[in-house]
Design a protein around this ligand. Structure first.
Ligand code: ATP
Length: 514
């Protein structure tokens, strides 16, 4: 199936099974804003727990914070967001659709990359086991010609971004022959900068209202609390502050479901270090974060690091963790070495000394910062994309398709569905008793409607890893059938054995030990 079709199916699946709904749907929706349904909210909470525990519980020197969304407007002046939090936009004059100029060029780069990958895949098929991919990439003339094209375009793009050269960005789009996917035309406006922050008014007009911003990142709430946490927590460098919270960006293009939203949630950690040690810490956090992603078991080959074409105004090193989505490798998380830029700026704009007294060196300095920043929603989409499977299975001698969400067990919204075989003979009561015994430990669901086969399929589609069936034999010997989502295998076990069988598999510990 084409990757685009898979993505469409995934979006439909998210709606059908209570994962993600368009916001304000009955009013025809609001662009790039989404709501999470009964299963979505559980998955989202589990993702946040996986991140929070890995940061705060597992690192003695990382503590949490929950700062407000509204902050003093000068913070955004100091951080550079008022002046520089821009994206380059371009409009197609025929379709009147708006695009990010940098994204159009990144797509042109990805197309060249796809051509090279296609050559490699063809050769791999032809040569079989004897195939040496590296050698092929280094010697095949078609791959080399495309690599040269890619390098030249990439350099031109990086230079244009670094020089803030909007005319050159437009020229690249024209030279690459980029056409609008809606109108098919190459009739483009000039490229302009667009500030992504939402603003609103605080206070009544009588008092003199002031413009404030909805935060476009949670990080600044951490920076302005650095002194509070360091002093009250008696924190010694190096130490980190982690926060999960909403962020808002008036994104130019909003056509990729929850990949790019105008209201979204971030999980950010700012790690304060001694100046000069930041690049070592940058490497350490890169490794730690990649391990966290890979522990989910979606295949190491589907993740990669991507160096930024342009460093943000505050950074001296930056990489993205990218995942291979159905629409190509895309950023899930950013890891940035932010130098002492933010704390120094806040020191200057607030007039307060924001420093650390280093007892070993007997001097004060502004700490440097390494940041890890990941979007909850983007991680959600990554997990859904990686988990969604359509499998051919045999059903009474016929081939049937089952849709199954192979979610990592600790992240699944419902861990255990308990089903009486029939709605009588005391079986529902036993099923309820089983749930009552386990509901404080796992998220359980009672399910008695339709045939057992249909119920299994429904739970597969939600991603429930375990289904328990209570039948007449249960009344005699206190055993139930447990069915495993991925293998569809069933085994008969005593009710008493359920808890220990499931506990280990649903615990986050298994992921952390990977
Ligand atoms: P992009 O280049 O895709 O716009 P970015 O580099 O501006 O993203 P960061 O500012 O580094 O993103 O934000 C950190 C993380 O927050 C991203 O890796 C992503 O997971 C998430 N994120 C950023 N913008 C959005 C958005 N509009 N919708 C959903 N998640 C987002």
């Amino acid at each position: 199936m084409a990757q685009e079709d898979i993505f469409k199916k995934l979006v439909a699946h998210c709606k059908e099974y209570g994962y993600v709904f368009q916001s304000s749907e009955i009013y025809d929706g609001l662009g790039a804003v989404y709501d999470y349904g009964q299963n979505g909210v559980e998955l989202k909470n589990n993702i946040k727990k996986y991140w929070w525990d890995s940061m705060v519980l597992l690192h003695e020197n990382v503590v949490g914070l929950d700062s407000a969304i509204f902050m003093h407007p000068t913070i955004w002046k100091a951080s550079g967001h008022v002046d520089a939090f821009n994206d380059p936009l371009i409009d197609n004059k025929d379709s009147k659709k708006r695009y990010r100029a940098d994204v159009l060029i990144e797509e042109a780069l990805a197309k060249i990359e796809a051509k090279m990958d296609k050559e490699v895949a063809k050769a791999k098929k032809r040569f079989g086991d004897a195939f040496d991919e590296q050698q092929f990439r280094e010697t095949n003339p078609r791959v080399l010609a495309n690599q040269e094209k890619w390098d030249a375009l990439h350099k031109r793009f990086a230079d244009a971004l670094n020089d803030n050269n909007l005319e050159e960005l437009k020229q690249i789009i024209i030279d690459q022959g980029v056409a609008c996917p809606i109108s098919g035309s190459k009739n483009w406006t000039d490229v302009r900068q667009f500030n992504l922050m939402f603003s609103t008014e605080m206070g009544s007009t009588a008092e003199g209202a002031s413009t404030i911003y909805l935060r476009p990142e949670t990080a600044q709430g951490i920076f302005v609390n650095y002194l509070n946490v360091q002093k009250t927590g008696r924190m010694k460098l190096p130490f980190g502050i982690a926060q999960i919270g909403k962020a808002f960006r008036n994104e130019i293009v909003a056509r990729q479901f929850i990949f790019r939203m105008r209201e979204f949630e971030q999980m950010e950690m700012q790690f304060f270090v001694k100046p000069g040690t930041e690049l070592d810490w940058f490497e350490k956090w890169k490794e730690t974060r990649m391990k966290w992603h890979r522990a989910l078991g979606f295949g190491d080959e589907n993740y990669r690091f991507h160096q930024h074409e342009k460093l943000a105004h505050y950074a001296n090193a930056a990489v993205d963790v990218e995942y291979k989505f159905p629409f190509g490798f895309k950023e899930v998380e950013g890891i940035h070495s932010r130098t002492d830029f933010d704390l120094s700026q806040h020191q200057e704009y607030s007039g307060k000394k924001i420093q650390y007294f280093d007892p070993e060196e007997n001097r004060s300095y502004v700490p440097f910062v390494v940041e890890t920043s990941i979007g909850v929603d983007r991680m959600f989409l990554q997990i859904m994309a990686a988990s969604y499977c359509e499998e051919e299975v045999e059903n009474n001698g016929k081939v049937d398709t089952r849709v199954v969400l192979k979610l990592p067990v600790p992240l699944a919204p419902i861990k255990l569905a308990v089903m009486p075989l029939v709605k009588k003979d005391g079986l529902p009561e036993i099923a309820r008793e089983i749930i009552d015994g386990l509901k404080f430990d796992f998220n359980c669901q009672y399910d008695e409607k339709d045939s057992i086969g249909k119920r299994y399929r429904r739970q597969d589609a939600i991603g429930t890893p375990f289904c328990v069936t209570v039948d007449h034999q249960t009344k005699d010997d206190n055993t139930i059938t447990i069915r495993h989502r991925d293998s569809m295998e069933q085994e008969r076990i005593p009710i008493d054995a359920l808890r220990s069988m499931i506990s280990e598999k649903v615990s986050f510990k298994g992921l952390f030990e990977k």
